[in-house]
Design a protein around this ligand. Sequence first.
Ligand code: TRP
Length: 388
Amino acid sequence: MRSPCNHGVETDPSGDPVNTAVPQTEDAGAAACAGPTDALGTSAAQARSAALEELIRTDPGRFRVLTGDRPTGRLHLGHFFGTLHNRVRLQELGVELFVVIADYQVLTDRDVADNLLQHVEELVLDYLAIGVDPARSTIFTHGAVPALNQLMLPFLSLVSVSELNRNPTVKDEIAHSRQSAVSGLMFTYPVHQAADILFCKANLVPVGQDQLPHLELTRTIARRFNDRYGAGSAVFPQPDALLSSAPLLLGTDGTKMSKSRNNAITLAATVDETARLVKGAKTDSERHISYDPATRPEVSSLLLLAALCQGRSPEQVAADIGSAGAAALKKVVTESVNEYLAPIRARRAEYGQDRAHLRAVLSEGNERARAVADATLAEVRAAMNTCY
Ligand code: TRP
C-alpha cells in the first residue's frame, strides 16, 4: 500500500529492490566471516570481500552498488586500476550500479568548489569512456537529489559527536586540509556519505581502505535507524564493503598518485603528455630492472603499471627489460599505457564532442535518482511518523 508520505511518487520497483537482497547475518555473513564482523579490521573485510565475490558471480541480481567520486578534476590511472575498472566489471556481471558525483563533498576541505560544472562533465566523460552504460547504470550528482540530502538530518541524530571525532580518515583529511578552520561539513560528511549509499538501499560499496570507516558508520546508521524506527522490519540494508584487491599505484614522483599532487597520468592525457609524464618519473640508479616494491618502490610501481596494462605480472615485465635500464622501462610503460588507453581515449574524445549528450545522461540519471530518493524518504517519514 502506498504510504501517506508518498505524495504522488511512483512506487517504482527500482525504488525498493534490494533491501532484503543480501541477508546480512545469514548466508552472506556466515560464508564470509570466520571471526567477528569488524569492517575496520582489514583482514576480516578482505575475507568478506572474497565471499561476496562468489555471491556476485552466482547471483548478481541481488546486489545494488553505490560508489562515487568528488568532482575535483579528471580521473587518473590510480582511480582506474583502483576502482573504476571494478565498477565496469560489476556492471558487466549484471550488478545494478549507481555512481554519485559527490558535489557537496568537494566543500569539505575548501571554501569554493571551482569549475564545478566542468569537473562534473569531465567525470561523466570519464565514466562513459571506460564503459559505464547509462542505460543500465545511474550516474547522478547528489546536489540534484533533494530527498537524498534530507536523509542527512535524521541520520545526524543517530551518531554521536565523539563517533564523528574519531573517524581516522576524517582526522587525516583535517591534517592535510588547506583550510585554517575545520568546517562542520568536514566532520559530518561521512554521515552525508551514508545518505549517498542508503538513499538507494545499496548493499555493496566497492572501496579502498580509507573509506572503510565511512562504510562502518553507514552500517551503524542503517542499524540504528532500523532499531529505532523500523518496528521490526528493516528500512535500510547494512551495506557491505567490497575491498579492492588492486595494489596501490604511485605517482610519477614516487608518492601516492593524486589529483592534487600533479603526479598523475589522467585517462584523458594525450599520448605525448603520457610520454612526458613517464619520462619525468622518479626511478633509481640500479640498471638492472627488478620488481621489489619494498626496496624499489618507484621502479616497481612503473612495472606494475605496465603489467596492469599488459595483463601480465610485473615480474614478467621486469624480466623482459633485464639490464636495459630505466629508459627502457619508461619506454615500455609509455607504450603499454598508451596502447591500453587508446580505445578509452578515443571514446572519451568522441563523447566530448557532444556536450548535449553528457547533459542528457546526467539529467536522466538525476531524475532516476530523485525517484528512488523520493520513495526512500517517503518510507523514512512514515517510519518516523512525520507525515503531515
Ligand atoms: N568519499 C569518496 C572519495 O573521496 C567519494 C564518495 C562520495 C563516495 N560519496 C560516496 C564513495 C559514497 C563511496 C560511496 O573518493
